[in-house]
Design a protein around this ligand. Structure first.
Ligand code: UDP
Length: 351
């Protein structure tokens, strides 16, 4: 019998890539998504890639009754992976209550429904933003967390603390938080990838949209940081590598292999690349020039973030495999395929 896993936010960027990996590892997936920043078409794309269409429930997790009802229906699930959240940093600074309301009310409803239905495992989609400005590098899971500068980041930090309290108060629930560094790239099929609504906040979609002619030029936010070329350093990780770590976390929870009821792992490659490294890689793999300009620093950006990856390697048996060039190329392949599909839809021809 296949183990059932509930994936909230399973139509989103990281969620949909994880659903594919789960199906390919023989799990029975139930997606709960309100489609507020994604599309039901993702289900068709998952079907095309895997041959399986996951069960889908269109539920707003802020609705406690609806959340409990859908969990009751799937109370035979072995674990939940909770991706559902708003994630635009700038928007969260302008509208913090919307972020706390959405990201934390939904988390509380999901945890309550989990407890009510005795589903033992919980995996949380967290972020390296909880480390704030790290004092030591690479960042290990032992680094102190700091108050992140955005409401988005702080909602992740508070969420981790809520999970910690809930796990401490129970005897039979387990949780794992996965702290992502900078996810980029897309599925090798080119059928799913990152699709930011409106102007992208993140570097990679901004680069690919600039090259695709949707944005005029990339603004590089500052070149006076204390780094090798003055631009900030991040740990970019391929979304499929990230997705695979979720499958291993599910296995660890289901097989009761945890050392503690609540565990936390960094998910990064351990390699730091500057903004100019990413641009150079893009220009190399696409054999083209990117239109960019160095401008003022973006408030809140830290000079360097990259992960220590030993814990995930030792405990989950996971490490990231893709190189920067491979990651950048897969982002570009997705952007091109998606834009081609959109323009053929507009001109009436089939994809
Ligand atoms: N960045 C940039 N221009 C952009 C978007 C991002 O120069 O339009 C830089 C940003 O300053 C940071 C890096 O790219 O150093 C990664 O930013 P992103 O927003 O993708 O992720 P973050 O690390 O901030 O979560």
């Amino acid at each position: 019998m296949q183990n059932k896993i509930i994936v909230t936010g399973g139509c989103g960027y990281i969620g949909s890539h994880t659903v594919i990996e789960l199906i390919e590892n023989n799990y029975n997936v139930v997606i709960i998504d309100d489609l507020s920043n994604s599309s039901e078409e993702t289900l068709e794309r998952i079907l095309k890639i895997t041959g399986t269409k996951p069960t889908f429930a269109n539920v707003d997790l802020k609705d406690e009754m609806a959340t409990k009802a859908v969990f009751k229906k799937h109370k035979d699930a072995k674990a939940i992976i909770n991706f559902a959240a708003h994630k635009a940093v700038g928007e969260s600074v302008k509208n913090p209550l919307m972020y706390y309301n959405n990201n934390l009310c939904s988390l509380i409803n999901v945890l309550s429904a989990q407890i009510e239905n005795n589903i033992e495992g919980f995996i949380f989609s967290s972020s390296a933003t909880v480390y704030g400005t790290p004092e030591t590098l690479p960042i290990t899971e032992k680094n102190e967390t700091q108050r992140p500068s955005s409401a988005y980041g702080n909602s992740k930090k508070i969420a981790e603390e809520i999970i910690d309290d809930v796990i401490k108060a129970s005897n039979n629930f387990q949780a794992i938080s996965l702290r992502y560094f900078n996810p980029i790239g897309a599925h090798e099929s080119g059928l799913i990838g990152e699709l930011p609504s409106g102007i992208p906040n993140n570097l990679m979609p901004y680069i690919t949209q600039t090259a695709a002619g949707i944005r005029e030029k990339l603004m590089v936010f500052g070149n006076d940081y204390p780094t090798k070329d003055g631009t900030p350093i991040r740990d970019y990780i391929h979304v499929v590598d990230l997705a695979k770590a979720h499958v291993l976390a599910v296995k660890r929870i289901i097989n009761k292999e945890q050392d503690m009821p609540y565990e936390i792992f960094n998910l990064g490659t351990g390699n730091g690349f500057s903004v100019l490294d990413v641009i150079n890689s893009f220009e190399k793999v696409t054999n083209s020039k990117l239109n960019y300009e160095i401008v003022e620093r973006r408030p809140g950006d830290v000079p360097q973030l990259y992960a220590a990856t030993n814990l995930a390697k030792e405990k989950l048996g996971w490490s990231a495999n893709k190189t920067l060039d491979e990651m950048v190329k897969s982002s570009w392949d997705w952007e091109q395929k998606y834009r081609k599909e959109q323009s053929s839809k507009e001109s009436g021809s089939a994809f």
